[in-house]
Ligand binder design. Sequence first.
Ligand code: TYD
Length: 135
Amino acid sequence: MDLDSVRLIELPKILDRRGNLSFIEGNRHIPFPIRRTYWIYDVPGGEVRGGHAYRENEEFIVALSGSFDVVLYDGTGEARYSLNRSYYGLYVPKMIWRSMENFSTNSLAMVLASTVYSAEDYIREVEEFRRMQGR
Ligand code: TYD
């Protein structure tokens, strides 16, 4: 997969004096049905998460609170997205190498995933990933 297929997606935003509301429906706002949700929180300053790609899993990443960077690599180029609003997120297709870093204090990263958890779906060696990408 190429970095071209990565997309920032703006979510519906219902503005209200009582507090704003956003929502995500699988297959509608994001291009896959949601099979799993996980979140990353209490990240100590300077820590880096990720450092792998998935064979099949697609993800949509939202900064529900605070900010962090998602760094992506397709075997050729690199792209960095800074997420810091709860009403948009980053669609990351399968077969894109990713890390998450620069977590602000109290940041909360919500990840919607297209598959249930499977350790076999992970590619943890960047050399293997590059080979699989034909690069
Ligand atoms: P991992 O995906 O390696 O974390 P990150 O990429 O954010 O650094 O997951 C860390 C641990 O959590 C690993 O032991 C697997 C486990 N885990 C699950 O059991 N279910 C899940 O849905 C996820 C994402 C991780």
